[in-house]
Design a protein around this ligand. Structure first.
Ligand SMILES: C[S@@+](CC[C@H](N)C(=O)[O-])C[C@H]1O[C@@H](n2cnc3c(N)ncnc32)[C@H](O)[C@@H]1O
Length: 421
């Protein structure tokens, strides 16, 4: 299930550049050669064989057949975006644990039939059926390719339990049968509906597809920093760095464009691998529409991100954790280091042509801008961490999920909204 293991590190890139420097000095290249050499350097990542790669993997033949100049597939080419997404974003055990907890708390029985609306790959539905031999699950999503991926990677992998999962490529507004005990609608999917009329239709459809004591659980994010754009947050995993970008916010419509990108040790990336065009609803708006759809009671649970998404890797960067956020900056500094070496090589040239001076200046400017942005981001995240502490103090507990009836003004929060039929 993991993306291809990365054994290469950015130091490999630095070494390659350093080696270039030595070669330049040794053979006393002409200006033209040096220019050509610089161009080659720009293409270093595609023309240099990756340490993870067998020589036979070089497209079009090995080194003897001119393989060093042939395009090799990058780590991004080899990565699977769904695997990266699931590693970085999803916590199926925690989510199912939470669903069990609230259903039992309010209904005093075990939920059997589950529907995962906006299911994507159906990782939750699979976790659900694996948790109990009686349980069944229905996944509903518009994207057939994603459902197919989930069928191959989760449902079939689950063996006999997987036979209790049904996948349906359809609009969630249209699927009202069969009736289920519990519906989960996660990762802010309801925010894909921009009009209140559609949001209401969704709650009506969910209400109709639940049994009499059924429960709908969905999630929502907010806080004054939620609409602060552009912002990026990074988290480091074994095989990639995950980047969540809030790209653009329209203050008049509350529409917010977000994306997820993945970058790899060989500097390749899957940019904007997932793009979300959300309308940011408030909990109050959700509650009103849920009651209008017929739900009898609405409960809100605050999710303690630090507890729920505790990264398994020691060096993961939890965006709400100031200490580990510093690692995020370190990662960017790693890249800077590679740039530094590049610049040093230019400086070492005996005659620096105008073109080089300009490039050098531009790079310096870019670096300064990047540093400025990082400092700003760090400051923002320190504030965010302080806010989290204050919130925990306000709530008087540090457990992973807490039922709340108010949240003080805070930088960012994630909640589950639980609608009881
Ligand atoms: C934000 S993703 C969430 C995926 C998954 N639930 C998760 O937690 O990662 C939204 C998903 O909803 C699907 N989708 C969007 N509009 C839909 C609709 N009206 N009916 C069904 N699926 C929809 C998209 O194809 C996408 O897979």
């Amino acid at each position: 299930m993991k993306a291809p293991a990365s054994k290469g590190t950015p130091t490999f890139i630095i070494e390659a550049i350093n080696n270039h420097k030595i070669i330049n000095k040794q053979i006393g290249m002409t200006k033209k050669d040096k220019r050509q050499d610089r161009n080659n350097k720009k293409n270093k990542l595609i023309s240099t064989q990756h340490p993870n790669q067998d020589v036979n993997d070089v497209i079009g033949g090995g080194a003897g057949a001119g393989g060093w100049n042939m395009k090799t597939s990058s780590m991004a080419d080899k990565a699977d975006r769904h695997q990266c997404y699931e590693t970085a974003v999803q916590s199926p055990k925690a989510d199912i644990g939470f669903c069990n907890k609230v259903f039992h708390l309010y209904r005093h029985r075990k939920a059997i039939h589950f529907k995962e609306d906006f299911s994507g790959t159906g990782i939750l539905a699979t976790e659900w059926v694996k948790s109990d031999p009686e349980r069944t699950a229905l996944c509903v999503d518009l994207d057939d390719a994603t459902l197919q991926w989930g069928m191959q990677h989760h449902v079939k992998e689950a063996g006999a339990a997987g036979e209790r999962v049904t996948m349906k490529c359809a609009n969630v507004l249209d699927v009202k049968d069969p009736k289920v005990d519990l519906i989960a609608s996660f990762n802010y999917s309801i925010c894909l509906f921009h009009q209140r009329s559609l949001m209401l239709r969704y709650f009506q459809a969910a209400y109709e597809s639940l049994v009499d004591d059924g429960v709908l659980v969905c999630d929502l994010f907010g806080g004054y920093q939620a609409t602060y754009t552009p912002t990026v947050q990074h988290r480091r995993f074994d095989d990639f760095v995950y980047t969540w970008s809030k790209e653009h916010y329209n203050g008049l419509t509350n529409e917010i464009m977000c994306s997820i990108s993945f970058s790899f040790a060989d500097k390749s990336s899957l940019k904007r691998s997932f793009v979300y065009d959300f309308r940011l609803w408030t909990v109050a708006e959700f509650k009103e529409a849920m009651l209008e759809a017929g739900f009898k009671d609405i409960r809100v649970w605050w999710r303690n991100e630090r507890k729920v998404n505790q990264p398994s890797q020691d060096d993961s960067i939890n965006t709400s954790d100031t200490r580990s956020n510093k690692k995020s900056a370190t990662k960017v500094d790693d890249d800077d280091q590679a740039d530094d070496v590049d610049v040093e090589v230019d400086e070492a040239e005996e005659e620096v042509v105008d073109e080089n001076k300009l490039r050098y200046k531009e790079k310096k400017q870019m670096k300064q801008q990047r540093k400025g942005a990082l400092e700003q981001m760090e400051e923002l995240e320190i504030n965010q961490a302080k806010q989290q502490e204050a919130l925990l103090e306000h709530l008087g507990t540090s457990s992973d999920y807490i039922e709340v009836d108010s949240i003080p003004q805070t930088a960012s929060w994630n909640v589950y909204v639980v609608a009881l039929r």
